[in-house]
Design a protein around this ligand. Structure first.
Ligand SMILES: [Zn+2]
Length: 197
């Protein structure tokens, strides 16, 4: 099945306290770990009647039996921007403007339009005491995020940059992507300015 054209670059935060590092393995454990449900457990997008029925997988070195996550088939983000500005690829993708099935990530829950989205996450997004959402981007993350967005637009010239909170009523990514992008010289035609109803 041919992929759909990439339309949105959606920015997220890990919703972790300022200054706390997050590893790719942690993201995998949070997203891919089995999710307990009333009548069983969801794992890799499939329903199992009991935890004991899961395959003997490990995620980040930890047995899935010991993990609690969202039960997704794939992690939610293609790339992650660490506190030091380093960009880590979580789910590979190629350079073309089509989102192939293997490139799809789950960033916006339950949205079929994940198939036209690419998701990038910066580490942080909560106050240091975890009490409330906060724009905790470090100077290095600011630099990396801008370069990342510019590079993605170079690849897909009509790409629309957005925040997760423009699709769901959430704080994520704890800042206004519209204001930030305008202030950093991202062309207005590449900034998605719609908000959830
Ligand atoms: Zn998000």
């Amino acid at each position: 099945m041919p992929g759909k054209k990439l339309q949105f670059l959606v920015i997220h935060c890990t919703a972790t306290p300022a200054g706390r590092n997050v590893s790719a393995d942690e993201i995998r454990q949070w997203h891919l770990g089995p999710r307990p449900e009333a009548d069983g457990v969801l794992y890799k997008g499939e329903k199992f009647s009991a935890l004991s029925g899961l395959p003997p997988d490990k995620i980040g070195g930890v047995s899935v039996y010991k993990l609690k996550g969202r039960g997704w088939r794939q992690v939610g983000y293609s790339d992650m921007i660490h506190l030091d500005g380093r960009i880590e690829n979580l789910v590979p993708y190629n350079a073309d403007a089509l989102v192939d099935a293997w490139e799809i990530t789950n960033g916006v829950m339950g949205r079929s339009n994940n198939s036209v989205m690419r998701h990038v996450v910066y580490v942080g997004g909560m106050a240091a005491d975890n009490s409330q959402p906060e724009d905790t981007r470090t100077p290095a993350q600011h630099v990396s995020l801008l370069a990342y967005v510019q590079q993605q637009i170079e690849r897909v010239p009509d790409l629309l940059v957005a925040g997760h909170n423009q699709f769901d009523k959430k704080a994520c990514p704890s800042f206004s992507v519209v204001q930030w992008a305008l202030g950093r010289g991202i062309p207005a035609k590449n900034i998605y300015d719609k908000w959830p109803k």
